[in-house]
Design a protein around this ligand. Structure first.
Ligand SMILES: Nc1ncnc2c1ncn2[C@@H]1O[C@H](COP(=O)(O)OP(=O)(O)OP(=O)(O)O)[C@@H](O)[C@H]1O
Length: 222
């Protein structure tokens, strides 16, 4: 295989972002490899979502370089918006997204996906009636279904109850163990840094910490 397991799927070199003349961050460099979790931390407004959008190719850096060694369909992005069709049931939503991904799962496979997010009992309910947390879980099922090689998760724990958060953490580490690369924005830094391989902590227009998760102390981070 040309690209061995250690080759970076995503490389960011000296990225900076301005909105008008307002600097959000500068001099950000990092890499993400298969089977690696990069946790992006920092207070509100530090630039985490902006950086993730740049990493995912949804926005351009003002300076620096971003190299994604994957086709767009090999990546998945979970942002703040949920891509849910309210008039469709949970199952119908998954079936719709499957067709978008060129997949044709059978009913058992779709139910197995709903089980992974604890929504099996809501399979036939219209997604428009879902709570925020349920909608987020359905959105996560959409991401799992695509089996991407690199996943961008912008605060995937939003709206999740403790049991769902625990399930999410299990899924994220399970995906990592199977070779998926994950960029994960989280405000639950103490718990989530313990699951990550690398931490990038942003703050005050600069990088507060970038390195192994084992060397990261979350004091002051949020
Ligand atoms: N499209 C935009 N135009 C102008 N300013 C923007 C735009 N998007 C983000 N910003 C600004 O960039 C800064 C970083 O925003 P960003 O959403 O990346 O922060 P964040 O760390 O993800 O915050 P949070 O934890 O609240 O989600 C903020 O000051 C925000 O107002």
């Amino acid at each position: 295989m040309a690209d061995g397991p250690g080759k970076a799927l995503l490389t960011v070199k000296r990225a900076a972002k301005f909105f008008g003349n307002k600097l959000v961050f500068k001099e950000i460099s990092c890499e993400v490899r298969p089977g690696e979790i990069l946790l992006v931390a920092g207070p509100n407004g530090a630039g985490k979502s902006t950086l993730m959008r740049i990493m995912a190719g949804l926005s351009k850096p003002s300076a620096g370089e971003v190299r994604l060694e994957l086709e767009p369909e090999e990546t998945a992005y979970l942002g703040h918006a949920t891509f849910i069709y309210p008039g469709l049931t949970a199952l119908e939503n998954l079936r719709f997204w499957a067709s978008m991904y060129g997949l044709s799962p059978d009913a058992d496979e779709l139910m197995a996906l709903l089980k992974r997010v604890g929504l099996e009992r809501a399979a036939e309910e219209k997604a428009g009636s879902f709570s925020r947390g349920m909608a987020q879980r359905l959105n996560l099922a959409r991401i799992y279904q695509a089996e991407p090689r690199l996943i961008f998760l912008d605060e995937p724990g939003t709206g999740l109850d403790p049991a769902s958060l625990k399930r999410l953490r299990g899924e994220i580490t399970g995906l990592r163990d199977r070779g998926t690369a994950i960029v994960w924005i989280s405000h639950h830094v103490t718990e989530d840094a313990a699951l990550a391989d690398t931490v990038l902590a942003l703050g005050g227009r600069r990088v507060e910490y970038f390195g192994p998760a084992s060397g990261f102390t979350p004091e002051g981070a949020c």
